[in-house]
Design a protein. Structure first.
Lengths: 253, 388
């Protein structure tokens, strides 16, 4: 079967994020960008399914700025077979909204007819955790979110989900959208020969207009602010003082 | 820090190397340093990911990339806080076989070097009594029917204990019978296991940093005549082309070190608050870092230039030498500034600075010392008379 893996180019998780002076967002100019770590896990899972003989073809899809082709090359170097880049903006600061992304992905799915879409549960830049769910709704497909284990058996997938109370295992009929969580696998790094091979793998470039999808924003960012810095704590001499402070100053007892 | 130029053709390779190196943090290198142990796991990971075969042509199982790509790989290892010294030679020592070996030697050796089955990362040139003066080496290989009998001693033969094969430079015609003393030298590809069984011995040398270097003794060691690379007597020329590659790669390791020192120092200078503000706001702290940064960038330009000349097959002796000298100076200046920026903490092992500081000091001396580079520029480029 064929699998589609959407991958997003996001600010590298090692970069210390800085809010732009005008508060419209996070400063992304000249900042190291990488593949969303959850998407790496999704790519890895697709590759493992391919290595297990369940999957024949892996198509990586990225939607965003043209530079996202680097992200796609990374997916190709890890082991995806081909890639589709939908250039939806030329502004690195424009974050496409989940609904627009889901509509575009639906259009790609309609064209490619995969049996599964494996995506990250959320992107680490905006933490929306919405695209996978929206996509399954638009497609009318089953969904299995926060996967920590994926097993494909015939025309269904058994997915173990990380939920608040613990683990839940569900069986979903294919085709399905699976969103992956942190503990599903440990993504491989691309080897040098595969990085070189990836340069020759097909990467198709499209625009939202090709799919007839309107990506104009529906949300307005009102403000962006850095989290408050932690203020210093106080040392207490003994338990009695701690209890007193909790009672009188913090008012929590 | 956005050091890498805008249109870096190896950005993807750099990224992937850094990702691999992230699995080998400072604590990994510190533990090895304490025990002077070989970074086996790190070398295995690099080998498995194909990096050490970057320069080997695709026909022999490598990636067939230019020297500039290998340079980017080593630079990123050093910029990540690691050290390529344990295995960088696996990338380039094979060049002697590739350029001057017979088709049979290449077909036998290169595919196995490419996938790591054979480690060809020992290079025996330096001797105790003829350091820089390569023409004065005394290790002698005497022809005896279909074999050579080798006797003599090498020193600073790094990674000899971690190599299956060694490229050895030995005299085959007495210097007295040669027009020039760099004539009459030949290169051999020594099978270490066979030689160890036949009179070769290896003695490790403990050094100031964790570097698997050794002395190698040859006590009438017979080797098949088929181990000779190229023609007898032309060995000096064969190793010269390899030395340019080595210098360019080492220059990039130094640039990686300098980047690590500057990243580390800059982060600390922003963070450390003394007298009610970050120490990095004081120009006394800023300027040594700014200067080292400028020196690093200048050295990087020379190193990139040397690599592109090398890759174009153009003469690059002067550039390779200057790159190595400028980069080694830049990494040393950056290391010193980084240590100073950290004050007392720079001396604590936990910060990795003192380790990198010891490691990068080597490049003032090996593989060629600064004085000898200056002498090369003075005599070969400026046309001044030689002092020796
Ligand atoms: C850790 C380490 C690893 C090494 N690995 C290898 C290896 O794998 N294979 C290998 O073959 N070699 C290796 N070397 C040897 C290295 O290449 C030599 O140490 C280096 O070339 C200098 O030679 P020397 O130590 O004999 O110094 P010498 O030649 O004795 O020089 C001593 C000093 O005198 C200076 N000097 C000498 N002649 C002149 C002159 N004419 N004018 C001005 N100054 C001069 C030099 O610059 C130097 O500072 C290694 C060395 C070290 C320390």
């Amino acid at each position: 079967m064929k699998v589609i893996v959407p991958v997003k180019r996001v600010i590298d998780y090692n970069v210390k994020v800085r809010v732009k002076a005008d508060g419209t967002g996070v400063d992304l100019a000249n900042v190291k960008m990488s593949m969303n770590p959850f998407d790496e896990i999704a790519v890895e899972e697709a590759i493992r399914l391919k290595e297990a003989g369940v999957v024949e073809e892996i198509v990586a899809v990225s939607i965003g700025v043209k530079q996202a082709q680097e992200t796609l090359r990374t997916a190709l170097a890890m082991g995806a077979d081909r890639a589709i880049l939908i250039v939806a903006t030329d502004d690195v600061h424009q974050d496409l909204e989940p609904l627009a992304v889901a509509k575009l992905l639906k259009a790609v799915v309609d064209e490619e007819a995969p049996q599964m879409v494996i995506c990250g549960k959320q992107a680490i830049d905006n933490d929306m955790n919405a695209t996978g769910q929206m996509l399954s709704a638009l497609l009318g497909w089953s969904q299995a979110t926060f996967a920590s284990e994926v097993k494909v058996e015939g025309d269904s997938a058994q997915v173990t989900r990380e939920v608040d109370g613990g683990l839940q295992t569900i069986s979903v009929k294919l085709p399905a959208v699976v969103s992956v969580d942190l503990r599903l696998n440990e993504p491989r790094y691309a080897s040098l020969p595969n990085i070189m091979k990836a340069k020759k793998k097909p990467l198709e470039e499209k625009t939202p207009a090709d799919y007839g999808v309107d990506v104009s924003p529906r949300l307005t960012v009102v403000s962006t602010a850095e989290p408050a810095t932690r203020s210093a704590g106080v040392k207490v001499a003994d338990v009695a003082e701690l209890v007193a402070k909790l009672k009188d100053e913090a008012g929590v007892l | 820090m956005t050091d890498t130029p805008f249109a870096d053709p190896y950005a993807d390779i750099r990224d992937a190397v850094r990702q691999l190196c992230a699995d080998f943090p400072g604590s990994y290198w510190r533990a090895l340093d304490r025990d002077h142990a070989y970074p086996t796991e790190f070398v295995a990971a690099l080998t498995e990911a194909g990096y050490l075969a970057a320069l080997i042509p695709e026909a022999y199982g490598g990636s067939g990339l230019p020297l500039a790509a290998a340079a980017a790989i080593l630079e990123e290892i050093h910029a990540s806080g690691g050290n390529g010294g344990a295995c960088h030679a696996q990338m380039y020592v094979m060049g002697t076989v590739l350029r001057h070996g017979s088709e049979a030697q290449k077909a036998e050796v290169l595919p196995k070097v490419a996938d790591g089955r054979l480690r060809l990362q020992a290079f025996g040139v330096t001797e105790p009594t003829s350091g820089t003066d390569t023409g004065a080496i005394r290790t002698f290989a005497r022809r005896d029917g279909d074999r050579y009998i080798i006797s003599g001693q090498k020193i600073w033969t790094s990674r000899a204990e971690h190599s299956d094969l060694m490229v050895l430079l030995a005299r085959t015609t007495p210097a007295a019978d040669c027009a020039r003393k760099t004539d009459g030298l030949s290169v051999f590809l020594i099978d270490m296991k066979a030689a160890l069984a036949e009179g070769m011995s290896i003695r490790p040398i403990r050094t100031m940093m964790n570097h698997a270097t050794t002395e190698v003794f040859f006590d009438d060691v017979p080797v098949p005549a088929s181990t000779l690379i190229g023609e007898e007597g032309k060995g000096f020329r064969y190793i010269l082309s390899g030395m340019n590659a080595e210098r360019i790669l080492i220059a990039h390791e130094c640039i990686g070190d300098a980047r690590w020192f500057l990243d580390t120092a800059t982060a600390y200078a922003k963070d450390r608050e003394i007298f009610g503000g970050p120490i990095g706001r004081n120009q006394g702290v800023q300027f040594p870092l700014a200067k080292a940064y400028a020196e690093m960038r200048a050295a990087a330009l020379m190193s990139e230039r040397a690599a592109s000349l090398y890759d174009a097959g153009a003469p690059c002796g002067a550039e390779a030498n200057m790159a190595k000298m400028l980069a080694a100076d830049a990494s040393w200046a950056a290391g010193n500034a980084c240590l100073q920026t950290h004050g007392g903490f720079g001396f604590a092992e936990e910060f990795d600075i003192e380790r990198k500081f010891r490691e990068t000091r080597l490049y003032q001396v090996a593989p060629v010392s600064t004085n000898l580079i200056l002498s090369y520029i003075a005599t070969h480029v400026l046309g001044l008379p030689r002092s020796y």
